[in-house]
Write a protein that binds this ligand. Structure first.
Ligand SMILES: [Zn+2]
Length: 207
């Protein structure tokens, strides 16, 4: 098979920069300490399915250096290379989203598969007119349905794109630390595990 998934626990430890731990949950936990749990579950699922997996926690490197490394890894294999910049969102009005590079067909396809898989979790499904979980396109305007795109989010994956589109890269914000409806997904190991299983399912759906 030869597929590789890199799960990058982002926030902090860029050389010379303060160690931002990302957003703080209402319960006092830091974003990166919660993302680690869904990443590890996804890694376990993918390993069981025969994938190669790397989890990159707290790397003392810049995002650009990590993106260069994932491109190097992709160049050395025939199968897929998936790169997930692991986050949680914190805005109480926001929904989960996967952000992809607008130039990347493969990143777009991965984001859509993730939207399908994660949107099936009861906390992330919606009775509202707009989908609660979806792939968000770079450049989409900020709207009150929670779609947004910021330069900071783009920086999470921007360097993983190449003209050959060798890496399927997304910034993943599977749920929101500030949204009460999502709380079971990030405040319990059971919920974090369900996020990880859904993440692995979405990744594998890409073929
Ligand atoms: Zn974040």
């Amino acid at each position: 098979m030869g597929h590789l998934c890199v799960l990058d626990i982002q926030h902090g430890l860029a050389p010379g920069k303060p160690d931002s731990k990302g957003a703080k949950a209402p319960t006092g936990q830091w974003e990166r300490d919660l993302t680690r749990h869904y990443a590890i579950t996804a890694a376990t699922e993918l390993l069981a399915a025969g994938w190669d997996v790397e989890v990159w926690p707290h790397r003392p490197t810049t995002y650009a250096e990590r993106h260069a490394e994932v491109l190097r890894l992709a160049g050395a294999r025939l199968g897929r290379t998936v790169y997930v910049a692991c986050h949680f969102d914190s805005a109480p009005w926001s929904y989960g989203a996967a952000y992809y590079d607008g130039r990347s067909k493969r990143g777009h396809e991965l984001a859509e598969h993730l939207a399908d898989a994660l949107g099936q979790l009861p906390e992330l499904s919606s009775g509202r007119a707009v989908p609660s979980w979806r792939a968000a396109r770079p450049g989409e305007p900020t709207t009150d349905d929670g779609l947004h795109w910021t330069s900071r989010t783009q920086a999470c994956i921007a360097g993983a794109w190449s003209p050959a589109d060798a890496v399927e890269a997304v910034t993943l914000e599977p749920a929101c630390l500030g949204q009460a409806r999502h709380q079971p997904l990030w405040s319990t190991l059971e919920g974090l595990g369900r996020l990880g299983v859904a993440l692995a399912k979405g990744i594998r759906a890409g073929g």
